[in-house]
Write a protein that binds this ligand. Structure first.
Ligand code: HEM
Ligand code: SF4
Ligand code: SF4
Length: 390
């Protein structure tokens, strides 16, 4: 398969960054670590907001400022030292998360790192993206201003259009048959509960990678944090009007990162909205499948998995420790063997990268159609190229 013009362009940009900031500080090499770092910022700022947030619609209790969701958010913004800044950090870090995820997706797409044995990372990535989108949207419901009310009503009417599952979904979403105090506690539960579930989804995302890059050099984190703070300073969050269940707000400010589906819903109506959302998610999920890639002429050659020469393997585990994709499993050696363990390759996880061949000092693992000397030569070339660009 020919390298596409976009991939060449991407690699050119990557090379340019290497020349300007060196490969250690090339942000494109930390594409997965960026959303991970932003997630920490979101967790910490969210925890601070949670300390004063009151998830009710009706005026409830506490002091005169902390009587309902809207006034508690107002109280955080106006009365708590740095409250407005923490709120803005939480909101813009959410936007930064979407931007970082998009950058990550673009990078894995244009460097062809989503096919074959990486399909698990790709599909769990789509799940992560959907979760992040929904967490961000529930964040907007929590403020309980006119926009929150409009978004809640739009969601309820979109569920209404779904035959069969619409009613239970509506009931689940509103936590009852109408918008009440329980609705807001449900939104808070979804917002926080899904945020913690992200950690589990991330574990599944990483489980097939031996050494995922999740910590960039601190300088990159500081720059990212500074960028978020600049946006916080330039675009402070403005005051809005409290939701009133007796009114019908019809327009709202749209956050393009999280609320674009509502724009689509408003523009097309629930029928077209659900069909297009379903198709979008389906296409994104099936794209790594070889049959789909073949349609676009983008299928890669099938990988020829590494093979263990059973008679030579001493069970030293070096290949197992070095394999980047957890494609090697150590199993008990056959009874007639002098050794305890034997390496075995899971072909569906193997990328054919040859790292295990380089790791084995006993010539006990090979890539079919590739001699050990070829592999050693290939590894040397890659190491030299890496050193040259550093
Ligand atoms: C919360 C959001 C996400 C986080 C924190 C995250 C984080 C990461 C990290 C740290 C890696 C390892 C990168 C490396 O070692 O170079 C990775 C790999 C990967 N991610 Fe994500 N990811 C997220 C969402 C996504 C999304 C939305 C997609 C695509 C739909 C995706 C697709 C992939 C793929 C295909 C890989 C394997 C790349 C490789 O082997 O080089 N991820 N992710
Ligand atoms: S070639 Fe070896 S190191 Fe590379 S993925 Fe396959 S088993 Fe793992
Ligand atoms: S490195 Fe070689 S000898 Fe050691 S477990 Fe792997 S295949 Fe066997």
């Amino acid at each position: 398969m020919e390298t596409s013009i976009f991939t060449k362009l991407f690699l050119w940009v990557e090379d340019l960054f290497n020349k300007i900031v060196t490969s250690r500080y090339n942000v494109l090499y930390y594409h997965g670590a960026l959303p991970q770092f932003v997630m920490y910022v979101l967790f910490i700022s969210g925890l601070l907001l949670f300390a004063y947030y009151v998830p009710t619609i009706d005026n409830a209790y506490f002091s005169k400022n902390l009587v309902n969701a809207f006034t508690s958010v107002d109280y955080i913004t106006d009365q708590i030292p740095f409250g407005a800044a923490v709120r803005a950090i939480h909101r813009y870090a959410g936007d930064a998360m979407v931007v970082a995820i998009l950058l990550h997706m673009i990078r894995v797409w244009f460097t062809d790192r989503f096919k074959q044995y990486r399909w698990v990372q790709w599909v769990t990535g789509i799940v992560l993206l959907l979760m992040v989108m929904f967490i961000g949207q529930t964040g907007y419901y929590l403020i309980w201003d006119e926009r929150s009310l409009l978004l809640t009503r739009m969601t309820v009417s979109a569920f209404d259009a779904l035959p069969g599952v619409g009613e239970p979904l509506k009931f689940w979403f509103m936590n009852g048959r109408a918008i009440t105090n329980l609705t807001l506690s449900n939104f808070l539960f979804i917002h926080i509960g899904l945020s913690f579930t992200l950690l589990f989804a991330l574990w599944v995302h990483y489980v097939r990678m031996t050494r995922p890059v999740i910590t960039p050099p601190p300088a990159i984190n500081y720059i990212l944090l500074t960028l978020i703070l600049v946006v916080v300073f330039l675009f402070p969050i403005t005051a809005t009007k409290m939701a009133d269940l007796n009114t019908q707000p019809t327009s709202m400010d749209v956050d393009i990162f999280f609320l674009w589906p509502y724009q689509l819903l408003a523009a097309t109506g629930p029928g077209i909205f659900w069909v297009s959302m379903f198709l979008l998610v389906l296409i994104l999920c099936v794209i790594p499948h070889p049959a789909v890639l073949r349609i676009f002429g983008a299928a890669s050659k099938p990988v020829e998995a590494a093979e263990v020469v059973v008679s030579k393997c001493v069970g030293c585990r070096l290949c197992f420790l070095d394999c980047p994709y957890q494609a090697i499993e150590m199993v008990p050696a056959p009874a007639e063997s002098r050794f305890k363990l034997l390496a075995t390759v899971k072909p569906y996880r193997c990328s054919g990268c040859g790292v295990c061949v380089g790791a084995c000092a006993f010539d006990a693992i090979d890539l079919p159609n590739l001699l050990d000397s070829d592999v050693t030569q290939k590894i040397k070339e890659l190491a030299q190229a890496q050193q040259a660009s550093a």
